[in-house]
Structure formats: C-alpha cells, structure tokens
Write a protein that binds this ligand. Structure first.
Ligand code: 13P
Length: 252
C-alpha cells in the first residue's frame, strides 16, 4: 500500500508573515487528515519560521530546489545540509527550474544523489512541454527524464523517492490533464521506467503524484485513478480551503 502524498509548492510566493498566516489557517485542519503524508514547500526564506511552527506535527516541510555541492563558492545557492536543517523533503527538477534556469537531467541526477545522501525525501518532477505533447513525444521525454534523472540510484532508497508527473502545458494554465490521460502516463511510462531501474517491487512502492492545475474540485478525479498516489499542487496550495480540500480528497 502506498500512502497518499500531497505537497504544496508555493513557488515564489509569500513573505514570512504571509507564510505564517497560511500555516495558521491550514495547520489544524491538515493534522486531522493523518492518513495522508502532507508537505509544504515555501520559499527558502520562510523555512526557519515554518519549521518552528510545525515542530512536532505530522506536516512536513520541503525546499523547492537546492544545489548538489555540500558547500563552496556558489553564490546564491543553498546546500543540501542547509536544507536538511529545516526540511525532510526537497523538490528536484521542477519544470520551471528546467525551463528558466537551464536545469538538465544530469543536474537533476546530481541533486537527487545529494538529497538521498542527506536523508531527504526527493520529489522529482518530470513532464513534457506542450510542443512535445502535441508531437506525441510524451513517453519518450518522460522515460528519458526518469532514466537519466534516477540513474545510479540504489533501490534501497525507494521509500525516499517520490515522482511528480507534471505536464508543462497543465501547470498554472487551469487546463489540467484528464485524469485518465495522466494515469496512462504513470502506468505505461513512469512505473515501467522505474521498474527497469529498480525492479518491479521497488517500482510498485514508489509514490507517483500528478501536478498541473489540481484544485479541490478536480482532485478526487485524479486520486481515484489506480496509479495516482497524490498531487503536487501549485496555485491551489496558496489558498487554505483549496489545499485542505485536496488533502481530504487524497484521504478517501
Ligand atoms: P499549478 O497547480 O499552479 O498548476 O502548478 C503545478 C506545479 O507546478 C506544482 O509544482
């Protein structure tokens, strides 16, 4: 049995005061949904304050990115050990990192290895662009992102691997993928690619999320699909009722 998983990727939103305010609204309600693994990924600047607020709760904290090196002359970057001071999770290879900051599958792989070394659970994002989708390249693109991104990862780390399938055309557009289409990519591309790398048993244990315009009203369509174990939520995670609604849907 894979435990349902819902993570909120706040992206570049919320000051510390705003972040505290949102957590004070969702905290108690999320704690009433113990059957779902819940993670908030605010900007780096809000991590210390939220880690103090969430101490002792079952709500996890994650970073949205990190560097793979442990320290050094990398101006503006944040090291895995620094993330680990506040978080148990990290998002790796989000499509916005790939599109705007030139992240490659090789970078993703380095970050993933660093995350595992520092005992972080890695939420690794994959997904095709609109052009790739329209050209029928979804399987090829996603398969490559998985095989290069996860290369050399020991199957013993299966429990700390989470994959988020986020078709780029569905992110922030209000045009979610159909649940059936997303489930097909998970069952026909992602889980088989994980199985090639880690073997069937480990592949079956890895949580795979859907991300892209998930809301409280469409969440259950996704969560009732056989392969979709949860969601990586962007815009809707900034609204207390929406995020709580999505998490409740994951519990059913
Ligand atoms: P939206 O939910 O805003 O479409 O964003 C999805 C996403 O990118 C989560 O990482």
């Amino acid at each position: 049995m894979r435990i349902p998983f819902v993570a909120g990727n706040w992206k570049m939103n919320k000051t510390v005061a705003e972040a505290r305010d949102l957590v004070s609204k969702v905290g108690a309600q999320l704690r009433e949904i113990p059957s779902v693994e819940k993670v908030l990924c605010p900007p780096f600047t809000a991590l210390p304050a939220l880690s103090a607020m969430l101490e002792g709760s079952d709500i996890g904290l994650g970073a949205q990115n990190m560097h793979w090196e442990e320290k050094g002359a990398f101006t503006g970057e944040v090291a895995p050990g620094m993330v680990k001071e506040f978080c148990n999770y990290v998002i790796i290879g989000h499509s916005e990192r790939r599109a705007y900051f030139g992240e490659t599958d090789e970078n993703v792989n380095r970050k993933l290895r660093a995350a595992l070394k520092f005992d972080l659970t890695a939420i690794v994002c994959v997904g095709e662009t609109l052009d790739q989708y329209e050209s029928g390249l979804t399987s090829e693109v996603v398969r490559r992102q998985i095989s290069l991104g996860f290369a050399g990862t020991d199957s013993a780390f299966g429990a700390r691997l989470v994959v988020a399938y986020e078709p780029v055309w569905a992110i922030g557009t209000g045009k979610a993928s159909s649940a059936v289409n997303a489930n097909e990519v998970l069952s026909q591309v992602i889980r088989p690619a994980l199985s090639d790398l880690f073997g069937m048993e480990t592949a079956q244990s890895i949580r795979i999320l859907y991300g892209g315009s998930v809301t409280a009203s469409n969440a259950s369509e996704f969560f009732t699909q056989s392969e979709i174990d949860g969601a990586l939520v962007g815009g809707a995670s900034l609204k207390a009722d929406e995020f709580v609604g999505i998490t409740k849907a994951a519990a059913k």
